[in-house]
Design a protein around this ligand. Structure first.
Ligand SMILES: [Zn+2]
Length: 438
């Protein structure tokens, strides 16, 4: 039996409503008890020093959960590996990450999925995966949802590519509903975005680049919602649509309405979309290029509003590492994506908590309890007795500046090099083990 006692922290656990000073006892990797300060005094006296952590002045919360990351393995290990990406996750306070399937080969089979999830990959934190919804993510034939789900799939997605065909998306939603997992959609009507490398508008005009219209996102979201409604009416089946990295006011409006209607729609927002606008591209900065692109200020504000009013279910980073030589090319040729695991909490606390007054417990919920619900995790994302002792300990008031050169990721493609952060992770525990200590 192994024990760990964390005393003196301000515990914030949105799932159980705890928001105050508590001591936390961990036994065999799980939460054994949470009690008022000092209640474990006798036990504390008998535990060796290294098993007692004085967390006075710190916030202790459920380990963060990111349901949208690219770990680049198998196949693109010059950008990231499961080992390096999950190490970066631990630094950022994340204890569970969900790997996207656009690896090489594509994660569309049990063989690839099992290879990714194998202990030999050396994941520092709990790694889960969403395999492809269609074979090769080509948008045609569905993958074997049944086999993949028994092998650990927590959802299905052709992330990076939308499932465009109505029939295929409908079939995916129906099949996933049978297993109680979401179909996670990259909402982009690519028939309107060919050759585009940023958001359509003033900035694209000035830079002379083709821009993606905001409607390319909302059209797919609206189509998917129509499919959900139809499935519920015709098949009497409650399918679950999850919309990835929503970036536009129009898509958020459609999601808000669908939720009010009672459909099972969830969505995520990425820190860069509530922090930056297309202005960050400046003079063709490829580290501000991602898909969906940074939008105009009105859309950024809409994402913040939707986070504040609960339309957005969770924050996800879309951590997408690329090597420097790949990003150091003309803007239009540069690949999409930025790293995000080490800056997510600092940006969420700065923008949502400090600038917009979102209570700390809500920020934590968006990064733990809520994403856990989206993918159906019960014993993570909360500090209930019996749940895994996945924990993040952080100094909520600390102000610091992120330095890309210090990143644990193998890649440095971030627009947040030098950016101001609020809240600094001091330690991350996964299943009771220390996986990061600052
Ligand atoms: Zn992605």
């Amino acid at each position: 039996m192994s024990e760990l006692l964390i005393v003196g922290a301000h515990v914030v656990d949105p799932a159980t409503g705890v928001d105050g000073p508590r001591d936390v006892l961990v036994r065999d990797g799980r939460i054994a008890a949470i009690a008022a300060p000092g209640e474990f005094a006798t036990l504390a006296g008998s535990l060796p020093g290294e098993l007692r952590i004085d967390a006075t002045g710190m916030v202790l919360a459920p380990g963060l959960i990111d349901i949208h990351v690219h770990l680049r393995e198998p196949g693109q290990t010059h950008q990231e590996t499961i080992r390096s990406g999950t190490a970066a996750a631990a630094v950022g306070g994340f204890t569970t990450v969900v790997a996207m399937p656009n690896t090489t080969p594509v994660n569309d089979s049990v063989a690839v999925l099992e290879w990714m999830l194998a202990a030999e990959r050396g994941a520092a934190v709990n790694q889960l995966a969403m395999p492809a919804a269609t074979v090769g993510s080509m948008g045609g034939e569905l993958t074997d949802f049944r086999a993949l789900q028994s092998a650990g799939a927590v959802g299905f997605t052709d992330d990076g590519k939308p499932v465009l065909e109505d029939d295929v998306m409908r079939a995916a939603l129906v099949a996933a509903a049978e297993f109680g997992v979401p179909v996670s959609q990259h909402a982009e009507d690519t028939r309107f975005t060919g050759g585009c490398s940023m958001n359509a508008g003033r900035m694209a005009f000035r830079l002379g680049l083709r821009g993606m219209p905001v409607e390319a996102e909302s059209r797919i979201v609206e189509r998917d919602i129509r499919l959900l409604r139809d499935i519920e009416r015709v098949e009497k089946l409650r399918a679950h649509l999850h919309v990835q990295h929503v970036s536009t006011a129009g898509a958020l409006r459609a999601i808000r309405q669908a939720k009010a209607e009672g459909l099972h729609v969830t969505c995520e927002a990425a820190p860069h979309h509530f922090t930056l606008t297309e202005e960050a591209i400046g003079d063709y900065n490829t580290n501000a290029k991602m898909n969906p692109p940074l939008r105009a200020e009105a859309d950024r504000r809409a994402v913040v509003e939707a986070l504040l009013d609960g339309t957005v279910d969770c924050i996800a980073t879309d951590h997408a590492p690329h090597a420097s030589h790949e990003k150091e090319v003309e803007f239009e040729r540069a690949p999409n994506g930025i790293t995000g695991l080490e800056t997510a909490l600092g940006l969420a606390l700065r923008v949502l908590h400090r600038e917009h007054g979102m209570p700390l417990s809500r920020v934590i919920a968006l990064m733990s309890a809520r994403p856990a619900e989206v993918i159906g995790l019960r014993d993570r994302g909360n500090l209930s007795v019996g749940s895994w002792a996945d924990l993040v300990l952080f100094d909520a008031a600390a102000e610091w500046n992120f330095a890309a050169k210090d990143s644990r990721s193998m890649s440095r493609n971030t627009p947040f090099d030098g950016a101001a952060m609020v809240g600094r992770v001091r330690a991350t525990f996964c299943e009771g083990r220390v996986v990061y200590r600052g």
